[in-house]
Design a protein around this ligand. Structure first.
Ligand SMILES: [Zn+2]
Length: 277
């Protein structure tokens, strides 16, 4: 089912809609050893953003997911090069807890990053592990965003672990990357029941019916758009939002309004609240 509102008609006709900018809250950067990304270079990234109407992209480096010291520095350089299009996620690798203090100092000294990126599954460390504690305490004290990979499965980074962390650190703006993939109803209820927990849509957008479940149980105000770019093209994810059962107001909440409020990103010309669609 393709939506029939103005947003769908204009995205299909022009590839972008000027008064409906997109904020991609979950992207990556750089080449990756095991797969060819034809559009990973900065100029190509900018071209993709322009074609798809993506106004802001929040990104973490593939290198940073393995070696944060080198990879976060790479992203700091990149976002300094494109300060009006990109912001970074500061990756924390909990396998090196002796570096955490140094990482927090380095985070504090910069201005191009919005918060911290965790990947419990990739780093083999449950979200509830003590080694994330100092970072979560810092994020809680400063009401900062944390984007964590989340996925179905007990004991690592499912809605269960998110609920525990959200109860313990209620000021952290916790984005559930992939929306707790697979546990759609339970994850949506965790977002509903915790003021600062959000469902981030990377990969989740393409599962039939999942978006409608999230809107029913959590509401479109608790959902942010993301793509894992350059793994996936933003147009794919945008098409899924346009094709799901929801109103154009819901689509605007998901595509930019929620992220704009969460991250304080300037957006010129975005559609006004409550406009006719
Ligand atoms: Zn990712």
């Amino acid at each position: 089912m393709i939506g029939e509102g103005r947003l769908t008609r204009e995205f299909v006709a022009y590839g972008r809609v000027d008064d409906c900018p997109v904020i991609d809250t979950h992207a990556h950067y750089g080449p990756y050893q095991a797969i060819h990304f034809p559009r990973h270079r900065p100029e190509r990234v900018m071209d993709t953003l322009d074609r798809c109407g993506v106004r802001w992209m929040l990104t973490s480096g593939h290198v940073a997911l393995v070696d944060p010291r080198r990879g976060n520095a790479e992203i700091a350089e990149l976002v300094a090069q494109y300060p009006d299009r990109l912001r970074g996620w500061w990756v924390i690798n909990p396998n090196y807890p002796e570096r955490t203090e140094e990482e927090l100092d380095a985070f504090e000294a910069q201005s191009g990053f919005v918060g911290f990126k965790f990947h419990p599954n990739g780093h083999g460390t449950p979200l509830t592990d003590d080694r994330y504690g100092p970072v979560l305490e810092y994020a809680n004290a400063h009401a900062l965003p944390v984007l964590s990979h989340t996925w179905k499965g007990a004991g690592m980074a499912s809605y269960r672990e998110v609920a525990i962390v959200a109860d313990k650190y209620p000021e952290v703006r916790l984005l559930m990357g992939h929306a707790g993939y697979g546990d759609w109803v339970e994850s949506s209820k965790v977002a509903r029941d915790h003021e600062h927990v959000y469902l981030e849509l990377t990969a989740a957008y393409s599962v039939r019916g999942a978006l409608e479940i999230m809107i029913e149980h959590a509401g479109s105000r608790k959902i942010t758009f993301g793509t894992d770019h350059p793994w996936f093209d933003p147009h794919y994810g945008i098409g899924c939002i346009l094709s799901a059962y929801m109103t154009d107001q819901d689509r605007r909440n998901i595509l930019y309004r929620n992220a704009q409020a969460l991250f304080g990103l300037p957006l010129e010309g975005a559609g006004a609240e409550g406009e006719a669609t």
